[in-house]
Design a protein around this ligand. Structure first.
Ligand SMILES: Cc1cc2nc3c(=O)[nH]c(=O)nc-3n(C[C@H](O)[C@H](O)[C@H](O)COP(=O)(O)OP(=O)(O)OC[C@H]3O[C@@H](n4cnc5c(N)ncnc54)[C@H](O)[C@@H]3O)c2cc1C
Length: 480
């Protein structure tokens, strides 16, 4: 198991149970990956919590999660030999490094006499399944979504049923033998926090139930999903990342909820489904154009001369830009391991356009601080905001953080909750505190430059800078 830490709606597990008399579940902890540059504490904690709940569920059924540590191939061959396994079943992962690793592991297992079977599980439709008439992968979301919906209408993929047989086929704990204790994130150099999301299959299913019954999806998701002060979205992203819920389950439940729903509720559910389709879209982009992992989607964008300003970058990371909606968003990320989608777009635009810093710096920072950090989604979101990607925002479109704040956090509820220095600032100034007259600054206990930073950039200048930088990309042409 890797990014599919659940027993229900799990394709590889269902296939293993369908083909074999006995099934054992194993997870390999890779210290190099867990300690590596590209993994952060919130993601590790989300995965470890999911592993703990999976192990508890298996133990309740008399089985065990075999936790291994070290080189994938070596560990899996050793485990297969120990329990006498003749086949390995796993779900695919589209990340370039995972593809390389899986090919290597497959070869080693096969040469050790273990048959290897892979399945498609983490996306609804695979990267080669939703294609243009000419058979090419889509680069633009809207036509991709249209084709995705047509295929879904013709042949929906229902959640994989976990029949009783799969439960009965789980290898008994005694036969799996002694296995590693679950480690703490600290064992790999990460600090855990009670504020980071934790994941379990039961909690994810309950979250989905709640969201569909009463949450944003009931009526207001189409609007509420843009308001960071309320819980207007499902917050299922860490579960979809760790695989404590299956994508087919989410899609099918959304479809079922549409039946007989009011027009307003249906519209909201359609918007939510559309977000799940974005997830498939970015996964197929990563699989079909793997260069995006390390470079802009459009090669012409490689010519953009990003500024090399470490101080500005640190201010962005540490919520000290002087723009409340940006700082509040970064505070949310740094303290909770999650950030609202609207805010991700705002801070990504601010970094790549207003500060003109390389979007990859922001992408790496998100990787290390998000519990849902996912190469495909994160890269897609950053390249969209930086106008270097597929279907990207036009480069001259720069989110104005003051207007975004006023529109999506009109009372300043969110920024005040995240930034105590702004607590008593009048609503009129809460998204632009530098505009407060000195007397109001004193009265509200927020002296700009003392209690809250002055803006690190003058936005009236940034547009000119962005236009000049992106002119090089235009001059080089759109190479996609
Ligand atoms: C710069 C940037 C970076 C991002 N990095 C990540 C990331 O590392 N991991 C991640 O899962 N999402 C990422 N997103 C997408 C999105 O912000 C999150 O998926 C969403 O905020 C998760 O909250 P939710 O589960 O409440 O979403 P909901 O609104 O309830 O949506 C349901 C699910 O749909 C998917 N989804 C929603 N919005 C998007 C989107 N714009 N693109 C792709 N899939 C989407 C997610 O799986 C999400 O859990 C990023 C967006 C941007 C702009």
């Amino acid at each position: 198991m890797r990014r599919d830490l659940r027993l229900r709606d799990n394709v590889a597990l269902a296939e293993a149970a369908g083909a074999s008399d006995e099934v054992a579940l194993a997870f390999v902890l890779d210290p190099a990956l867990l300690r590596g540059e590209r993994v952060g504490a919130p993601l590790v904690q989300a995965f470890f919590s999911a592993l703990a709940s999976l192990r508890a569920e298996l133990r309740a059924r008399g089985s065990e999660l075999a936790l291994l540590e070290g080189d994938f191939a070596e560990q899996l061959v050793g485990f297969a030999q120990r329990i006498g396994a003749t086949s390995l079943y796993y779900n695919e992962d589209y990340e370039p490094e995972a593809i390389e690793r899986d090919a290597r592991v497959r070869a080693v297992l096969q040469s050790a006499g273990v048959a290897v079977h892979s399945s498609l599980d983490h996306v609804y439709f695979g990267a080669d399944e939703v294609r243009t008439e000419g058979g090419a992968p889509y680069r633009i979301f809207t036509p991709y979504k249209r084709r995705w919906l047509d295929q879904h209408a013709l042949a929906p993929r229902l959640p994989v049923r976990s029949n009783r047989a799969s439960a009965e086929r789980l290898l008994a704990r005694a036969e799996i033998g002694a296995t590693l204790a679950l480690p703490e994130p600290e064992a790999y150099g990460h600090h855990s926090s009670a504020a980071y999301p934790s994941c379990s299959e039961a909690a994810a299913r309950a979250r989905l139930d709640r969201f569909l019954a009463e949450g944003g999806a009931s009526d207001g998701y189409a609007v509420g999903r843009d308001l960071p002060a309320i819980e207007g979205t499902s917050r299922l992203s860490p579960d979809l990342r760790a695989g404590t819920i299956g994508i087919r389950t989410c899609v099918e439940r959304a479809r079922a909820a549409m039946e007989g729903a009011s027009a307003q509720r249906r519209a909201s559910l359609e918007v939510w489904l559309s977000e799940l389709i974005w997830r498939d879209f970015y996964q197929q982009i990563l699989r079909n154009f793997p260069h995006v992992a390390n470079a802009p989607f459009h090669s012409a964008a490689a010519a953009i001369a990003w500024r090399d300003d470490e101080q500005n970058f640190r201010a962005w990371c540490e919520a000290r830009t002087g723009y409340p909606i940006v700082d509040a968003a970064m505070r949310q990320l740094n303290t909770t391991g999650w950030m609202h989608n609207r805010l991700r777009m705002i801070v990504a635009s601010f970094l790549s356009k207003d500060l003109l810093l390389n979007w990859q710096w922001g992408e790496r920072y998100f990787e290390r601080h998000l519990a849902d950090a996912d190469l495909a989604q994160n890269n897609g979101g950053w390249q969209w905001a930086a106008s270097t990607g597929t279907d990207a925002a036009p480069y001259f479109r720069i989110f104005n953080p003051v207007l975004q704040g006023q529109r999506f956090d009109p009372e300043g509820t969110f920024v005040r909750a995240m930034l105590p220095a702004l607590r008593s600032v009048p609503t009129k100034y809460v998204h632009a505190p530098w505009q407060m007259p000195p007397l109001v600054q004193r009265e509200s206990g927020c002296i700009v430059g003392e209690n809250y930073p002055a803006p690190i950039v003058d936005r009236s200048q940034t547009k000119v800078r962005v236009m000049a930088a992106f002119a090089t990309m235009k001059a080089n042409g759109d190479s996609s």
